[in-house]
Design a binder for this molecule. Structure first.
Ligand code: 9YW
Length: 429
């Protein structure tokens, strides 16, 4: 299939998933607006209809909480309340002071939105400047919330890493990086019987998180909701530090610095915050012997599972030897960089590897896209060309699937998945 045809198909998917002001990740499985999906989707819209990219980000920001948190899900009131689990009746944001009028979930997702806003601006700079003025305060407030209310307790005076308080906040829901911390969450699979998992109406159970995972996901939210979604010290049932989340936070601080320069605001504080997060990632998550960035558990101990998110700090300035080590890990047996299938979400040789189950092995377009940007930043053109070829090959062969079997490349999860289409548009630009 030629690039022009692939591009046309990608635009068709985005148009089909466009829903007055935002784009659903998938018509069937995910009928609302998701936070980091909207960022990746806006990057795709920037390549074809920047106006829609602006709407995408602004509609998400319209559902920001008073404390600055940008919710993981913004519920569409026109969709049946039980079309997706966990839906608005589970989160009950209406009961919470400071939540927006639109119903949302109470947790966040990786903060890649400032990067997306800058991409949208660059695609149509004249209108873009006004847009940047409108979105800058909300994008800054999002990062302020994370650095203030989610600051990892063991940071130094310059500030540093931020925590996630639910595996869903990482966007890599059932990653093996969370297994040990999740196992500490008391949960009764019976509680799930009160809810109906709608995901299993659309996707095979072997491709989704298990019932035991879901019971714990529900227990963590029940507890957070009971605390009014306040980030009180010691109150969370789950706490972890995710290298992908923090790398994207630092990257968006760099983007905020550029945005601030364009609209005449002070940019230096953003550069300082980006550097502090990068330094903390290096000091705390980078394992020199392994040549990889690991997640941290609630005690600040490294979780020695090789996940694709541990390659994400490549989007930042890193010492040359660290870049070399990450690239060596990527081309070695764990991630087996090749030109057919994008990077696996988890170590192909790891004890928890699973070819089909969601974030425990399958290859996702968005995480490969982040790593691709990192390779480009460090001038690793050969590896970047290989990864780009793999991403395009996957969607060409299988369509814009949600994820892919990392060994065979077979499509998994839902079809016509928005960020797979959106980021393909970026690759073809
Ligand atoms: C779910 C929407 C979301 C993504 C997440 C992904 C999945 C929701 O879908 O979570 O029901 O499992 O893990 O990263 O934002 O595409």
């Amino acid at each position: 299939m030629r690039d022009t045809e692939l591009r046309r198909q990608a635009i068709d998917v985005l148009r089909g998933n466009w829903e007055r002001g935002h784009t659903v990740p998938s018509r069937r499985l995910y009928p609302h607006q998701w936070s980091w999906d909207s960022a990746f989707i806006a990057i795709g819209w920037a390549r074809t209809s920047p106006g829609r990219g602006r709407h995408e980000l602004e509609s998400l920001l319209a559902a920001q909480w008073a404390d600055g948190r940008l919710p993981q899900i913004v519920f569409n009131p026109a969709v049946a309340r039980d079309a997706y689990f966990p839906g608005p009746d589970f989160w009950r944001s209406r009961d919470v002071p400071g939540a927006p009028r639109r119903e949302t979930s109470g947790i966040v997702q990786p903060p890649v939105h400032a990067v997306a806003a800058l991409e949208v601006h660059r695609a149509s700079p004249t209108l873009g400047r006004l847009f940047l003025r409108r979105v800058y305060p909300g994008l800054k407030a999002q990062n302020d919330y994370l650095l203030r209310d989610r600051a990892d307790g063991s940071t130094d005076a310059r500030g540093g890493l931020v925590t996630i308080v639910h595996p869903w906040e990482s966007g890599q829901d059932n990653s093996p990086a969370w297994d040990a911390e999740l196992a500490r969450v008391p949960a009764d699979v019976q509680v799930l019987s009160a809810h109906r998992r709608r995901d299993l109406d659309h996707v095979d159970a072997t491709e989704r998180p298990t019932a035991a995972d879901y019971a714990r996901y529900v227990a963590i939210v029940d507890n957070y909701r009971e605390h009014g979604y306040r980030d009180e010290a010691g109150a969370h049932l789950f706490v972890a530090v995710d290298p992908l989340f923090n790398a994207l936070l630092a990257w968006s601080e760099e983007a905020l610095a550029e945005i601030a320069d364009i609209i005449g605001k002070p940019s230096e504080p953003h550069r300082e915050r980006a550097a502090a997060i990068r330094d903390a990632l290096m000091a705390r998550c980078y394992d020199r012997a392994a040549g990889h960035f690991f997640a941290l558990d609630r005690d600040g101990e490294r979780v020695p599972e090789h996940c694709v998110g541990g390659l994400a700090p490549l989007v930042l300035d890193l010492p040359a030897d660290v870049v070399d080590a990450l690239v060596a890990g990527m081309t070695g047996p764990r991630f087996a960089l090749n030109d057919r299938v994008p990077l696996p979400s988890y170590d192909l040789t790891g004890p928890a590897f699973d070819t089909t189950r969601y974030w425990r092995g399958p290859a996702w377009i968005n995480t490969s896209w982040v790593v691709l940007r990192g390779l480009e930043r460090h001038g690793r053109q050969a590896e970047a060309a290989t990864l780009r070829a793999a991403m395009l090959n996957a969607v060409r062969q299988e369509g814009f699937r949600e994820y892919f079997d990392p060994r065979t490349g077979a499509g998994r999860g839902v079809a016509d998945f928005s960020w797979s289409a959106a980021l393909t548009l970026d690759l073809l630009a």
